[in-house]
Design a protein around this ligand. Structure first.
Ligand code: ADP
Ligand code: GN1
Ligand code: MG
Length: 373
């Protein structure tokens, strides 16, 4: 059921942990977090904790390039954070080298692993509890955008081609439907019709970029709420994590991914679609935090297109979940049958909600952008 073949033996995982250059012996190792892609473990030593992850080789064809990107981005961020008077050990990820050198360890099956310092006294949330917390996560992602403003995108590998290219994602869904590898197309008639109705909109952002209306930037590309660590006491966004997909991209998509996850009143895989609504207070809170931190680096046209980023990212993510369901759940981890179809349905319900509240979303962005200094 998982996108990676599970490494069964605890002994094997402990052997991998010991390949990393950590000063004290490993005293514990257990699964951690709720990400859909990598296998994440918490490694404990007498004095410090670490996060160890196996890079998902089905998702990332060149795991070493993923690790190289993270080395470069975190090195750059460390300098910016230091210059701004922050604490680089807390405000960006710190890779741990292996005893053999470099930042990647290989297991017996050829899998690639990496390790980070565990950032203590933080939490990551799967649902935002309050508008205030969501605003602070918006601020963290906005700051991330600003801090990487001067980073040379040519230094980065494109770890997943066309990762946020909504028309390409649409074409991939149509191919998956054509193949119908898992024989599930019959369950998804309504959802397929919904996607077809939206085809003409899928290229709104890539067209704007191609026409030179909005710039390509270095973006995070996976800005869901559980990818920012919040201070356990104050709720302030401490560190943006999950840097596997940092690549050239569009700011509106980064904004949109946070909205589709955090301004949804229901969980991403909720089965009762009556619970799925767009929370306008959450939308407003995130937008306020994001614009406050990133506002000055964004152009007026980028700001104007933020609601479109929310809508297209939600549609795109729904299409990816649906394609994966049709492909037999090869990509996103699932914990029960049909979970990817449920995830797709929540995304499409949320797109409908955004369409209902479209003018209000635009008005909120317009109002808040005027408040920026
Ligand atoms: P995935 O790609 O599977 O989403 P993540 O890199 O997001 O993997 O990690 C999964 C979870 O592990 C995160 O949501 C977070 O809770 C936790 N985590 C990851 N890195 C750290 C870290 N350096 N310190 C503390 N917690 C972390
Ligand atoms: C995956 O790794 P994680 O769980 O943060 C996915 C995102 C999706 C998200 C949906 C590399 O993110 O693109 O938006 O699931 N990451 C990758 O929850 O595909
Ligand atoms: Mg994650």
């Amino acid at each position: 059921m998982q996108a990676n073949q599970p490494i069964e033996s605890q002994q094997a995982k402990l052997r991998i942990a010991r390949m990393f250059d950590i000063p004290d012996g490993v005293s514990g190792l257990c699964p951690y977090g709720s990400g859909h892609i990598n296998d994440t473990y918490l490694v404990t030593t007498p004095f410090r904790r670490y996060i160890m992850q196996r890079v998902n080789a089905r998702v990332f064809a060149k795991p070493l390039q993923v690790i190289e990107n993270i080395e470069r981005v975190t090195a750059y961020l460390r300098d910016v954070i230091r210059r701004e008077g922050g604490d680089p050990l807390r405000e960006t990820l710190t890779l741990i080298p292996t005893r053999a050198g470099g930042y990647a360890a290989r297991d017996e099956e050829g899998g690639y692993w990496r390790m980070y310092r565990f950032i203590e006294e933080t939490v990551s949330c799967d649902l935002p509890e309050t508008t205030a917390l969501f605003e602070l996560s918006g601020e963290a992602f906005g700051r991330f955008q600003r801090q990487l403003g001067g980073f040379d995108a040519r230094l980065l590998h494109e770890t997943i081609r066309d990762f946020h290219n909504t028309p390409v994602r649409y074409a991939q869904l149509m191919e998956a439907a054509e193949r119908d590898r898992a024989g599930r197309l019959g369950q998804a008639g309504e959802e397929m019709a919904f996607c077809r109705q939206h085809e003409s909109e899928t290229s709104a952002l890539v067209d704007a970029q191609a026409a030179g209306e909005i710039p390509l930037r270095v973006t995070h590309n996976d800005t869901k709420l559980n990818n920012v660590l919040l201070d356990a006491k104050t709720g302030r966004g401490v560190c943006v994590i999950d840097l596997d997909t940092v690549m050239p991209g569009l700011a509106a998509y980064d904004f949109g991914d946070s909205i589709r996850f955090g301004a949804n009143t229901a969980a991403e895989d909720e089965r009762n679609l009556m619970r799925v609504h767009l929370s306008l207070p959450m939308f407003e809170a995130y937008t306020r935090g994001f614009l406050r931190a990133a506002g000055r680096v964004l152009t007026p046209r980028e700001v104007e297109l933020l609601p479109m980023g929310a809508k297209l990212m939600t549609l795109e993510c729904g299409m990816r979940f649906l394609a994966d369901h049709l492909n037999g759940d090869a990509y996103f981890k699932i914990h029960r049958p049909g979970q990817n179809l449920d995830r797709a349905r929540t995304q499409f319900a949320l797109v409908r909600e955004m369409e209902t509240h479209w003018d209000e979303m635009k008005e909120i962005v317009r109002k808040l952008s005027k408040e920026q200094p």
